[in-house]
Design a protein around this ligand. Sequence first.
Ligand code: ZN
Length: 156
Amino acid sequence: MAEAEETRDEETQEESVSIFEGSFYTVEQRLETFKGSYWPYETGKCTPLKMAEAGFYFCGTSSTPDWVRCIVCHHEMDGWEETDDPWEEHCAHSPNCYYLKKAKDPYKITVGDVIEMEKEAIKCYVRKETDRLRNSCQSYWEEVEASLLETMQNMS
Ligand SMILES: [Zn+2]
């Protein structure tokens, strides 16, 4: 009896878990990240709602109060002004972002859209990490090269 009840409780819990839970694929989930944050604009073109509709979630701190990141392209932006339009800024800085193509109406995202956006988000993440690693290796190699050149100059 107790065991059956536990099973039923687990089933109920599973049913109540949204497919979108644990991600920021709905406007509401992204909007939630701005609540209690340091976001400076409650009026104008870049209110939390408008930022969330344009695919951004808050990822700032007290020293970076207007820092946001796109859920798909992971592009991070700050330095917002009250007159900035988040859709226009997103297009200008990340024109190939899949979110911009897919979420023209961010309230009509389907499960299929989420799957496609998740795939794109993974691709963008891998590209970004590859670039970071390449730059890191490049910097390291430049340091080694400079050190070798200095050593050779000191030898002569
Ligand atoms: Zn984006």
